[in-house]
Design a protein around this ligand. Structure first.
Ligand SMILES: [Zn+2]
Length: 457
């Protein structure tokens, strides 16, 4: 596309300078003649590196195939290079061969920085390569390009990002890695009062490796992913708490989690001062699982009989909150209830438990819980009885929900879980666990970003 621009007259390596200029309009009313804007001017404005000058900008190729740009940099004559170890100015030693770094594509053309680095003789570190402000380590990609790719990798999948900007998946991965590491090292972990702890299933199969433990901050002022680790054992959670540090743990007031025993144990040991709450969303989930189990068993039992029709296509209607089911679906649910089928009774029990959350006093909520568990125990529905036993066992944690009322939002953990699913399901082409972990921090960690003089996207 861009190759059309120069017509047939584009020679390889045509000096860019004034050839393709953009007219600046700001000075049009003054006496000065219309100026042509140089690429170098833009570069100096958005990315000026002290001690270096942009020497020239060249366009290559163009007749056949993709054109590309090179931007050559030079060291400023009067300014000494800096030692890459200590960043202090040091006398020059010699000059190495020219290297190149991938820069943000201009007009959709791959763009490279070219520069022959000097070696300097530092008093403390001996002869070392100078510090190069647009690059980090030995990576052949500029920091500007890494930031550019990392930001796009939040909006597109990594593969799409690589394709859109004509680079490799590896380059996107390295960019996100750099971005996230910088963010984790610079994030502030103050005022973390409420956390949610949960397990997330990832990938295929039910092996221990397919689960993640996540720690969220679920304060009203800030909801984010604080930590993610592989597996869902006590050791996993201990590792996570250790990484967050004693200051964060000491400042906790509320902890939300499921009834998963390893988590309950570790949190009681490590953060006994905080109020541990069973998450409403998880309890609803347990009830839904139980209802579904009853439905599956019953439809197997009734196979071939006329009553079986009542259970057809009912799964999602049964699992939604009853008050949100409307119209035809609602009528079907009422029909099921009247039929006295086990599934109908299980659904009724589940719906009835909704009242529990509306109590204001723990005393009356306790009375309700007694009533409900008794009803469930007499229901002859084993999955429902199991939930009742579980709730009884964790009664104290369940009542903590009323003590923390208004302080902890019951939807926060669920909301963040859903966001995690979006990230893990969107085809990012994660080949490894590490890549997925990076993507989760990148999308949900609300990490600070490396400072740069210009945002390219
Ligand atoms: Zn040094």
């Amino acid at each position: 596309m861009a190759s059309e621009k120069g017509g047939g007259g584009l020679e390889e390596g045509l000096v860019f300078g004034y050839a393709i200029g953009v007219k600046t309009s700001c000075n049009s009313s003054t006496r000065r003649p219309a100026m042509q804007l140089e690429v170098k001017t833009i570069l100096n404005r958005i990315q000026h590196f002290v001690g270096f000058v942009y020497q020239d900008v060249r366009l290559h190729g163009g007749h056949i195939g993709q054109p590309w740009l090179t931007i050559t940099l030079q060291a400023h004559k009067g300014i000494r290079g800096r030692c890459s170890e200590c960043r202090r100015p040091a006398p020059g030693y010699d000059r190495l061969a020219q290297r190149h770094w991938l820069f943000v594509p201009l007009w959709g053309m791959p763009t490279w920085f070219l520069y022959a680095p000097r070696r300097v003789e530092c008093l403390d570190h001996g002869v070392v390569v100078e510090h190069i402000p647009w690059s980090e380590g030995k990576r052949p990609v500029t920091l500007a390009m890494m930031g550019f790719l990392a930001r796009w990798a939040r909006r597109l999948s990594w593969r799409e990002t690589a394709r859109a900007f004509q680079t490799s998946w590896e380059a996107v991965y390295r960019s996100v890695e750099w971005f996230v590491k910088w963010g984790l090292a610079h994030r502030q972990l103050e005022a973390v009062h409420s956390v949610g702890i949960d397990e997330i299933h990832w990938g295929q199969g039910k092996r221990a490796d397919q689960f993640l433990t996540v720690i969220y901050q679920i304060d009203r002022h800030c909801r984010r992913l604080l930590w993610v680790g592989r597996r869902r054992t006590q050791a996993t959670l201990r590792g996570g708490l250790k990484e967050l540090g004693p200051q964060v743990i000491g400042g906790l007031r509320y902890i939300c989690s499921d009834m998963w025993q390893p988590y309950l144990k570790v949190m009681a040991q490590k953060a006994g001062h905080a109020l541990h709450i069973l998450d409403r969303f998880h309890i609803v989930q347990h009830l839904n699982h139980a209802v579904d189990e009853v439905r599956r068993a019953e439809s197997t039992r009734l196979r071939g009989k006329p009553l079986a029709d009542r259970l057809k296509k009912m799964r999602w209607k049964l699992l939604r909150r009853g008050s949100r089911v409307r119209g035809q679906a609602r009528l079907k649910l009422w029909g099921l209830l009247e039929s006295k089928l086990a599934t109908g009774r299980a659904w009724d029990l589940k719906e009835c438990f909704e009242y529990f959350w509306h109590y204001k006093s723990i005393y009356w909520a306790g009375g309700f819980l007694d009533y409900w568990t008794e009803r469930a125990m007499r229901s002859r529905l084993e999955p429902m009885k199991r939930v009742a036993r579980m709730l009884r066992k964790h009664e104290e944690l369940l009542f903590n929900w009323f003590k923390a009322k208004g302080e902890v939002s019951s939807g926060a953990v669920e909301g963040l879980n859903n966001k995690i699913r979006v990230v893990t399901r969107r085809s990012y082409g994660f080949r490894t666990y590490q890549a997925m972990e990076l993507a989760l921090y990148h999308n949900l960690g609300r990490l600070p970003e490396p400072e740069s003089t210009h945002r390219f996207c």
